[in-house]
Design a protein around this ligand. Sequence first.
Ligand code: ADP
Length: 482
Amino acid sequence: MIDDEYGVRSGIGQILEMEGYAVELAATGREALALLDQRCFDIALIDYQLPDVDGLTLLATMRSRKLPTMTCMITAYANIDTAIAATRQGIDFFLPKPFSPDDLLGVMETLSRHKRLKEEAEKLRRENEASLLALATEKSQTSSLVSSLRDAVLVINREREVVLANHAMAELLGHEQKDLLRKPVDAVLAEASLAGLADLLAASGDDDRNVSELTIGERILFAGAVTFRGDDGVAMGRILTLADVTEMRRMAMEKPRFIRTMVHEFRSPLGAIRSLIEVALDKSLGGELAPYLPFLERADHRIDKMVELIGDLLSLSRIDLERAATAPVHSTDLSTCVVSIIDLYREKMATHQLVFSSVIAPGLPALRIADEDLKTILGNLVGNAIKYSRDKGAVRISASRAESDIAIDVVDSGIGIKPESLTRLFEEFFREKRPETRDIEGNGLGLAIVKRLVERAGGRVEVASVLGQGSTFRVVLPASPV
Ligand code: ADP
């Protein structure tokens, strides 16, 4: 209650307190502002004429502070101008003097009711805003979730219109995501030569789930459609998902091929060994041992090769098994490894009069790979470089930095590789069949092992070759953290 006249101020104060209101009194505008600074008031009754700050200025200040207080102007000089001016400053009520206690209490009641309503409206607005925000967040979360799925997803409503298509589906249908919305699904599918899927989507009632498989060019897709229902169980539309199973199928087909080749790799040397032993068993060369020795030696060599094959197969399966486990962090020095590889092949290189050189850039960091794995990788690559070289050729190992990784090149001046073989070189059992390779022994597993070990260490392997001139195998491996 702000009034400079003591009698009015305290009189109104008493009436209100008797009615249960908690009242503070102020005689001047400044006093009122000081009180408003300290506490939050529900209602302010303001005399129009105050000695210092006038009622209108006080109202303007309260408004600029965005106070939630309801205001009522009390004045003996009520005229239309004052009313307009006060309304402009956001006054809630106007009470001309003189007024009766009942008039005052009536105004107070109205103001209290308005205040409550205003507060409730504000609360509702805030709640509404929060739930709209939650809804928008949920909507955008759902849409980014569906969008980031690798499977293609399409949702249609009961009118068979597209209501949602994720990125993968839009790409498959050859449209922008937004252009698909509200389009009749049958037309969209027909346009993309996927009319067969329309039947899958058409099923309803008991056919809640349907699946089928389709081939688009090189891709094999697994299609599933399901009815989605509202909380009341009423069907609202259908969801179609398409998963690309090409790679899975390829892998499934790979397995029998691998086993067939493996059986062949065992059967042919076993057949040869049996024939060699049969010569001795038949005693076709007489009763002495000596004539049979070359046959037994050849059988023995074949057995060695089979043992090697078993070792390589075990390595492959071990790498695959270990791939899933978390690899321990290793740190291997390349130079030491190269020295041990040179030692291993020194004799062979001398036999074929091969010139060997190694150029390792100074200050290279250690490699993040197990010592044993790096030796297997380089051993296989240098072994091949020697095997597929001509006498008096050259083999070189060089290593340098490749951004944050390290690139190791194994270069030979040998027989080279046919361009069409380059993509198949790292497959299990792949061997180039050429007159030059006919007499070179091998089982076609070495490069498969190299590729798996390199990839397990987080690196990659590449090959470049000029037929008849030589090949370069490049292994890129990450540097060890410290
Ligand atoms: P293997 O040498 O036992 O046959 P690999 O997996 O090591 O098996 O190699 C697969 C094939 O790649 C070889 O049979 C050969 O045809 C080709 N190859 C590998 N390294 C070289 C090379 N340095 N020069 C020419 N051909 C190579």
